[in-house]
Ligand binder design. Sequence first.
Ligand code: C5P
Length: 327
Amino acid sequence: MSRPRPGRPVRPGGPDRSTRAGTAYAVRAPAKINLHLGVGAPREDGFHPLSTVYQAVGIYDDVVVSPAPMLRLGLRAAAHVDAATVPIGGGSNIVERAAELLAGRYAVADRADVLIHKAIPVAGGMAGGSADAAAALVALDRLWDTRVEDEELLELAARLGSDVPFALVGGTALGEGRGELVTPVPDATTWWWVVAPAAEGLSTPAVFAHFDRLHPNAPSAPPAADALLAALATGDPAVLGAALHNDLEVAAFDLRPELARLVARGEELGAVRGLLSGSGPTVVHLCASADVAREVAAGLQDDRRATGEPVLVANGPVAGAHLVEYA
Ligand code: C5P
């Protein structure tokens, strides 16, 4: 396996390894979709073995950290995100776990003020919490000057959640194990997606549990991603569209039948193919161009005018967690 390298830029500043008062770092991390999600029977630890192809798409959360003696979390939500759905406080947020994990490993006495700017749909199957955790690791590594090696950062990320290593790596990548073993794959094309989140989230464990009920005899090895990888290499949206695959769709559509209708509706409006993103409930539509994506998004937005639920357009692949600003 080639070594994925989280996209961290060259460290600014001089040899001073101490935290400087007034320093702030902003790190941006992308949402993900799964172009292929093959799921096997649950392992002894309860996780499902996956063969997945992730793609990072241009919807981002930013995490801004500055020095503070105690850990304090804040949130700014984009207009299309309901801030009330984000778990903040009480140690329940994955960003708090990320901070404590890094501080504990390196015996860092300081903590930080952490402000999450959230644009990735919450509980949407786009790994928004994982993006925040990845961004927090990169930002706090800077703030605390812990200089964690890439391999170790990936290991810390995997402890926080199955999708967190991919949020560090970004691009397009194969995910194995429970999703945490990430190998980048070449992907020179810009793909265009329409992203339709749902107002009400869907629990990942609930979708996996329903998958188990529907597939009591699932094979222990997940369906391989070979066909998707071959399709990706053609750069042709029609070919990629035909290869998109998500084993969790049947379970998620059974729990939320309106999602299957949303997939069909986007295709009717001109998308090459609609697909559940991860464990859902976000539905993504692959489109042949940016113009088609804007048309499909406008059509879906029109359908949703009664509820005001958002529809976004995003391109992929994009970079993993990276520094965007420091002061
Ligand atoms: O790893 P993460 O914390 O994101 O997983 C959340 C939940 O999703 C797990 O507790 C498990 O129920 C389910 N899951 C799974 N198999 C995976 C990844 C997640 O069953 N490969």
